[in-house]
Every structure is written in C-alpha cells, then in structure tokens.
Design a protein around this ligand. Structure first.
Ligand code: ZN
Length: 208
C-alpha cells in the first residue's frame, strides 16, 4: 500500500524584532512560510508552492499577517499601525461600555485594564474619563477605526478584540441586548463570520 498526499511544511524566512500589537511592545518574531508538499509515506517530496505566510510573536505566540512588519517605528510615519490599533481598541471598548447607557464602575475598571494591556502608554483614570467624554461627543460608529485595522489582523487578533469587548460587556454581570448588538457590529467591522462569533460568545459566557 502506498501512502501519498499533501502536507504543509512551515519554514522560517526571516526573524527580527517588531512592535507586537498584542504585547504592545517590541518583541522577537519569526516570519514563517507554509509550503505545500506532495508527500509519499508522509515524507515531503515535491514543493507545490506557497500556501501562506505569517508573522509569529515569540512572546505571546500571536500570529499576524506579514503587513504588520511594514510598520517600522524607525521609519517616518512609522508606528502608524500601533497608533490606529490603540485608537481602535480605545474606541470600541468605550463604545461597548456605553452601549447599555450606564457607565458602570466595574466596566470602567475593565476598559482601563484592556486599554493599558494593549497600549504603549498607560492611561490614568482621569485620562480615561476624558476619552469617554470625547467618544460620547463624537458619536462615531464602532467600525470607524476597527475597519482600518481589519486588513492587518488575522483570526487570532480579531478574536482577541472580540473577547475583550465581551469582557467589558460582562463586567457588570449582565450581557445586555444593546451590548450584544455592539459585539455583532464589532464582528462585522472585522469581517468575522457570525458563526464564529456565536462560538466565541458561547465559550466566553458559559458557566465556569
Ligand atoms: Zn506578542
């Protein structure tokens, strides 16, 4: 009996340091390539071309599309991705907090925690309150900044943001109808399939 098939083989093209959007600091990365091989007895024989490339952060193990490497902080206009990413996190988390019409103390604490986890510059409570006032004043839809970072996020990155949004919604122990609508808007802005969103909601809201 002869076994043949195809298999994806990962190889590292390049490594270095990059501003990891998830760690929010400079981290070591590996730029990896997946090549499809024709296999015989599970041994790769003939390369069938590139199946995909991605960048993996060696600290958080997050994976990103290779475009994330284009944002070199040493270049002019650099760090553009990081600043839009931070803006998107701040904006969407604050909107989530405001969704049910009540600024709950537990939600405030959660939003501050998430913003400071993802951002380069920690914000204080008064700074957060100023941001909240600005978001309330501007009334921009949740996809305003999220849709700008969507092309640079992979599945993992999008799911992180959705899980943070759910964490804010659940901080006051109630997953309100308006909060559910907001999560759906966030998922839509990031082009996440509704079926995957449902799974994430089930995973995160299941009793422990
Ligand atoms: Zn990382």
């Amino acid at each position: 009996m002869i076994f043949f098939g195809t298999r994806g083989v990962k190889s590292t093209i390049k490594q270095g340091h990059f501003p990891c959007p998830q760690c929010a600091t400079n981290r070591a990365y590996k730029h990896k390539k997946v090549t499809k091989f024709f296999t015989l007895y599970f041994i790769p024989i003939i390369p069938l071309g590139k199946a995909g490339e991605y960048v993996e952060c060696l600290s958080c193990k997050g994976t990103f599309v290779t475009r994330v490497l284009d944002y070199n902080p040493n270049n002019q206009g650099g760090n553009a991705f990081q600043s839009v990413y931070e803006e998107a996190i701040r904006h969407s988390m604050i909107l989530m907090m405001l969704a049910d019409g009540i600024i709950d103390e537990q939600e405030m604490i959660m939003v501050q925690k998430i913003i400071n986890k993802f951002g380069h510059n920690d914000i204080s409570r008064p700074e957060l309150e100023m941001l909240v006032a600005a978001v309330q004043r501007k009334k921009e839809p949740v996809d305003t900044y999220l849709s700008k970072i969507t092309p640079s996020l992979n599945k993992h990155g999008k799911e992180m943001i959705i899980k943070c949004g759910i964490a804010v919604a659940l901080a006051d122990n109630v997953f309100d109808e308006t909060e559910k609508v907001m999560i759906q808007d966030m998922a839509r802005a990031m082009e996440m399939p509704p079926s995957r969103l449902r799974e994430i909601i089930e995973e995160t809201t299941a009793p422990q």
